[in-house]
Design a protein around this ligand. Structure first.
Ligand code: UTP
Length: 296
């Protein structure tokens, strides 16, 4: 069965990005010229997803509104002859079916996925984290597109991996696995946020997954951790014990826009690649740095 549905969990509290995230969802904060969540939704659509289930929370209405019609704004743009802007605003409301569901309390990523259970039903589905952006390497499909292609070949659940430096391992779920060749791994176990000395590898899980519906039953049986959260990593550990679970080192640059430094790096790198803004932005940065950071 094709992967038609994707869950985008975006109900987290965003504490690493305070105070910016006190009243605005981190996923709505713009990266260059569009919100982070738009990159993620566009990636899902490019990978063939037909229905997106956005997991939101109180105070995160802006995320749904961003993909809804905006009649007053459209009328003003039309009256002012702003055709390009009008086209873009309309496109956003039309290019995908988006259903929002609320996670009433931020009880962890596993819990956020579980909230979408009834909307997914009995079919394989994708998960894309709302604050994780993957800019694919030239000549490669989108991050999720790479995973779905492998899922369709092998019919086995698969999650995205990235090699990370030792000092960053404690921020990730890290796999213990064996290589299957061509950047593909069979996952035997996962460890959440290990100390570098205890990490079973340097391969960390990043925010793209293609999962079978049985993960819902597994998550329902997964216990809350010491922080009162249901972790997706725990669910994946159980899944790996029941059936083959694969990991793939996706080809591309991945940005964690949920922390301040990751967000700054993404803004600069994506800004430098922007078709219109890239060249003047590069010229500005070069002049600014040449002037010792004192102007341009
Ligand atoms: P994070 O690990 O970034 O957690 O979640 P967070 O709570 O959003 O942010 P910090 O750690 O407090 O700064 C990864 C993704 O999972 C979603 C987040 O919105 C983010 O897209 N998430 C996390 C939920 O939807 N619900 C949760 O309970 C936790």
């Amino acid at each position: 069965m094709a992967v038609r549905k994707a869950i985008i969990p975006a109900a987290g509290l965003g504490t690493r990005f305070l105070p910016a995230t006190k009243a605005s969802p981190k996923e709505i904060i713009p990266l260059v010229d569009k919100p982070a969540i738009q990159y993620v939704v566009e990636e899902a659509v490019a990978a063939g997803i037909e229905e997106i289930i956005l997991v939101t929370a109180r105070g995160k209405q802006a995320l749904e509104d961003h993909f809804d019609r905006a009649p007053e704004l459209e009328a003003i743009l039309e009256a002012r002859g702003k055709r390009d802007e009008l086209g873009e605003v309309r496109r956003l409301a039309e290019f995908v079916t988006l259903i929002a569901v609320r996670q009433k309390q931020a009880l962890g990523l596993g819990h956020a996925v579980l909230v979408a259970k009834d909307l997914v039903g009995d079919e394989p589905f994708a998960v894309l984290l709302g604050d994780d952006i993957i800019d694919p390497a030239p000549g490669h499909a989108s991050g999720l597109g790479q995973l779905i292609a492998l899922f369709e070949q092998r019919r086995e659940p698969i999650i995205a991996l990235q090699e990370v430096p030792d000092d960053e391992l404690r921020h990730y779920g890290v796999i213990r696995g064996e290589p299957l060749g061509d950047d593909l791994w069979r996952i035997h176990d996962l460890v959440e946020k290990p100390e570098p000395a205890l990490a079973p590898s340097r391969l960390a899980v990043v925010g793209r997954y293609v999962l079978p519906p049985e993960i819902f039953t597994i998550l329902e049986e997964t216990r809350f951790d010491a922080h009162g959260e249901i972790q997706l990593t725990e669910g994946l550990r159980s899944l790996a014990r029941l059936r083959p679970l694969n990991g793939y080192c996706v080809h591309g640059r991945r940005y964690d826009t949920g922390n301040k430094l990751g967000y700054l790096i993404a803004t600069v790198e994506l800004g430098l690649k922007h078709p219109q803004l890239g060249a003047p932005f590069r010229a500005h940065l070069e002049a600014h740095l040449k002037a010792g950071g004192k102007g341009r």
